[in-house]
Design a protein around this ligand. Structure first.
Ligand SMILES: [Zn+2]
Length: 312
């Protein structure tokens, strides 16, 4: 039995074809071409899924179903995409039913960040854990909560928006309309802003253009300001994660996304802050680790989510 998983991003779509054990037979990474409009984008997704199966030398009739990860907000229960901020043509689209009909097989739909968490739980840094919280540090901060092997969706499907925990009362304005959200401080943009603040204070400009990668490189080569910017970002993350640890008491916290590649320079201050703030009993068995699956996490999680929906 084979299962398809797709992580449909605004820019790129990643797919995997796996078996029930999660062994990968083919992967693809193609531009989503969102600018061509909604219907063309759906047709392109279908073609990419079919091409993934072809690439593995398999047949669509061997595929048990397709799991789809998509930008939220969406309703995983009803399979409807509401109104993702970067896809203006998408408004209340019943994507799951459209794909079920066109592909003639079971389809599941979930928030892309939730599926990254499920992918890491299944095949990545969370293997063997009972429960896991995953934070993905990119342009924003995505999150997913997996409890006893299942994504925690909450009453309205919104659970896991970890980037929008308030960490600074009356802090900087966030894209969600609130102030002081974790995302404003711990996203790649947050790290760059912190670095800019530190540079402004020193009134020395050493960098032509500040990028998260540049800060990482500078820090690894011993630059004090870059190290401090990363450390401050880690401390803010640690403050937020300590609350998650006290609330959920997970086995594993997975930190993924571009900035996480910096490694222990970021993870150590998180660990220190969590150890300081959370209950010792909750910290004892806790692992705070880097994500392992990279680009495939979301598509693998999507495949797993389809399996859970079919009970296989
Ligand atoms: Zn926010």
């Amino acid at each position: 039995m084979l299962i398809l998983g797709a992580d449909v991003g605004v820019t790129n779509t990643k797919t995997v074809l796996v078996d029930r054990q999660g062994e990968i037979f083919a992967t693809m990474n193609r531009p989503t071409l969102a600018r061509k409009g909604r219907d063309a984008m759906i047709e392109r997704l279908i073609l990419t899924l079919k091409d993934t199966v072809k690439k593995a030398g398999a047949n669509m009739k061997d595929v048990a179903g397709v799991g789809i990860g998509f930008a939220g907000p969406l309703d995983p229960g009803k399979g409807i995409v509401f109104n993702p901020p970067n896809l203006p043509e998408w408004f209340n689209v019943p994507l799951r039913d459209i794909l079920t009909q066109k592909l003639n097989m079971p389809v599941s739909l979930d928030n892309d960040a939730n599926l990254v968490a499920l992918g890491e739980y299944w095949k990545g840094a969370g293997r063997g854990a009972k429960s896991l919280v995953c934070l993905t540090l990119g342009t924003g901060v995505g999150g997913g909560i997996v409890l006893n092997g299942k994504i925690w969706h909450g009453a309205g499907g919104i659970a896991g928006e970890l980037g929008h925990m308030t960490v600074v009362r009356n802090g900087r304005r966030c894209g969600c309309g609130n102030r002081g959200c974790l995302e404003v401080y711990a996203s790649s943009r947050g790290l760059v802003s912190r670095m800019q603040e530190l540079l402004n204070r020193k009134k020395t400009v050493k960098y032509d253009k500040i990028t998260p990668e540049g800060i990482g490189k500078q820090a690894l080569s011993g630059d004090k300001l870059a190290k401090k910017a990363i450390r401050d970002t880690g401390i803010t993350l640690g403050v937020a994660i300590a609350s998650l640890v006290n609330i959920l008491n997970p086995d594993v916290i997975v930190v993924g996304g571009g900035i996480s590649k910096i490694g222990n320079l970021l993870l150590d201050p998180i660990r220190e802050e969590v150890a300081k703030r959370a209950f010792p009993k909750a910290v004892e068995g806790l692992k705070i680790v880097k994500a392992e699956l990279g680009d495939n996490a979301g598509a693998l999680g999507a495949a797993r989510s389809l399996m859970l929906s079919l009970n296989v």
